[in-house]
Design a protein around this ligand. Structure first.
Ligand code: C5P
Length: 300
C-alpha cells in the first residue's frame, strides 16, 4: 500500500462537567462528546522518515515540527510496533485550529488509523485507543466518534446511543484559545469564588434527550463548565451566543474550551438559515452548518 486516506470528524461537547483540579494537573470530567460532520483528512504515504504537511483553512496555524500531534501519533504507533517505520503525512484541515472542536486530536486519531493501515500492522482498536489516550484526553473519542461519555481525563469512553440526527451551526472565531489556559482560568474563577467544586455527574435529562433524539430537550440541557472561563478570556463570545438564541437556536454554548460557539438547530433547513443569519448580521465571519452524530476516524 503506497497511500492511505482517513477522514476524521470534529466534536462538540453537549455536557462538559469539570471536577476539582487533580494532583497531575488534569481535572476529572463527565464529558459527553458528540462527533459532527466537519472533517479533516489525513493522508499517509510511504516515506523514509515521519513528516507532516498541512493545507486548507488555518494551515499556517498548525506546527509541522515534532510538536505536531499527528507526527507524535505516528511515532507512538511505530514505537508500539517496535519498528522504525516512515510516513509522509498530509493533513487537509477543515476543523478550526485551537477552536474547542478537537482538531489536533482528530489529526492524531487520523494518523493512527492511516499508519496502522499503511504499515500493515493490523492493530486492534483497543491498542489504538490506548496509544490515543497517552497522546491527549480527546484523541480516543476522535477514533470512535458517534456520541460517547468520557470520564477520567475524558479518555475513558462509553458509547451512548442517540435517537436521531441533530443539526448544528458553528460560529468560528478569529484566533484560537489554548485548552490549558481555559482550564487554568476555570480554576482561577473557582478559587476566587471560594465555592465547593462538586464531583461531576452525568445529566439524566440530557441522556434522555440524546436517546430520544429530542433536539428541543437537548437544547435546554446543553452545559459547559468551561464556558465562564472562555467568556472571561474572550468577552465578545457572549453577544455571539445571545445572537444565536435570538435567531431561534434551541441551545447555544461554547464548544469545549472555545472559542467556537455551537448552536443547536431544529432541523437541516433551520441550521442553514441560522448560519446565513449569523454571517449576514455580522455576528460571525464564518458559520458552518453540520450534523451529528457521525462516525470517528474512517479509511476512505
Ligand atoms: O489531554 P490534553 O493534552 O488534550 O490536555 C490539554 C490541557 O488541558 C492539559 O494540559 C490540561 O491543562 C487541560 N486538561 C485538564 N483536564 C482534563 C483534560 C485537559 O485540565 N481532563
Amino acid at each position: 500500500m503506497s497511500s492511505v486516506t482517513v477522514r476524521v470528524p470534529a466534536k462538540v461537547n453537549v455536557q462538559l462537567s469539570v471536577g476539582p483540579l487533580r494532583e497531575d494537573g488534569y481535572h476529572d470530567l463527565v464529558n459527553v462528546f458528540h462527533a459532527v460532520s466537519i472533517f479533516d483528512e489525513v493522508v499517509a504515504k510511504e516515506s523514509e522518515g515521519i513528516t507532516v504537511q498541512v493545507n486548507g483553512k488555518w494551515s499556517d496555524q498548525v506546527p509541522t515540527d515534532d510538536s505536531n500531534l499527528a507526527i507524535r501519533a505516528a511515532r507512538a504507533l511505530a514505537k508500539h510496533a517496535g519498528r522504525s517505520y516512515g510516513a509522509e503525512l498530509v493533513i487537509h484541515k477543515s476543523i478550526p485550529v485551537a477552536g474547542g472542536m478537537a482538531g489536533g486530536s482528530a489529526d492524531a486519531a487520523g494518523a493512527l488509523v492511516a499508519c496502522n493501515e499503511l504499515w500493515g500492522l493490523g492493530l486492534p482498536m483497543d491498542d489504538l485507543m490506548e496509544i490515543a489516550g497517552d497522546l491527549g484526553s480527546d484523541v480516543p473519542f476522535s477514533l470512535i466518534g458517534g456520541t460517547a461519555v468520557g470520564t477520567g481525563r475524558g479518555e475513558q469512553l462509553s458509547e451512548l446511543p442517540t435517537g436521531g440526527t441533530f443539526h448544528w451551526v458553528f460560529a468560528l472565531a478569529n484566533g484560537g484559545l489554548s485548552t490549558a489556559s481555559v482550564y487554568a482560568e476555570c480554576d482561577r474563577l473557582r478559587a476566587a469564588s471560594d465555592a465547593d467544586v462538586p464531583w461531576p455527574t452525568l445529566n439524566d435529562s440530557l441522556m434522555e434527550a440524546l436517546g430520544t433524539g429530542d433536539a428541543y430537550a437537548l437544547g435546554t440541557h446543553l452545559s459547559n463548565d468551561l464556558q465562564p472561563a472562555a467568556l472571561n478570556l474572550r468577552p465578545e463570545l457572549a453577544p455571539t451566543l445571545e445572537s444565536g438564541r435570538q435567531h431561534g437556536a434551541l441551545g447555544a454554548i461554547v464548544s469545549g474550551s472555545g472559542p467556537t460557539c455551537a448552536f443547536l438547530a431544529i432541523d437541516a433547513t433551520h441550521a442553514r438559515d441560522l448560519a446565513h443569519s449569523l454571517t449576514t448580521t455580522g455576528t460571525a465571519h464564518t458559520a458552518v452548518a453540520a450534523h451529528g452524530p457521525v462516525h470517528g476516524a474512517t479509511l476512505i
